[in-house]
Design a protein around this ligand. Structure first.
Ligand code: FES
Length: 106
């Protein structure tokens, strides 16, 4: 699409826990998360030691890395608990007619 958003899936593909694993472009693993009525997308790579956070606990807007317990605010990507100190990458999300669109750069 000309506005930079790419369709990555559909809202009805979200798991019961409100998440969907996607690949942005050819190689960026990412996680779409639903919190209330809002959708977020973060790179699915913990900035502490590269662990996927696919199955990490998601509570409110906070995603926990299952490896060492770092937490990230998915709205901003900011770490909210050690051992991570660097933010995780976030991507804008839009929902259009039941489809999930994410804007990203390779
Ligand atoms: S790899 Fe995520 S907290 Fe260590």
């Amino acid at each position: 699409m000309s506005d930079g958003y790419e369709q990555v899936g559909a809202v009805d593909q979200l798991s019961e826990s409100g998440r969907l694993s996607v690949i942005l472009g050819d190689e960026i693993p990412a996680l779409v998360l639903k919190a209330g009525d809002n959708f977020y997308c973060v790179e699915d790579v913990c900035t502490h030691d590269g662990q996927p956070m696919t199955d990490g606990e998601f509570d409110g807007c906070e995603l926990t890395c299952p490896r060492h317990g770092a937490k990230f605010d998915v709205r901003t990507g900011s770490p909210t608990m050690m051992p991570a100190t660097e933010p995780v990458r976030t991507f804008p999300v839009e929902i259009r007619d039941g489809s999930i669109y994410v804007k990203y750069d390779e």
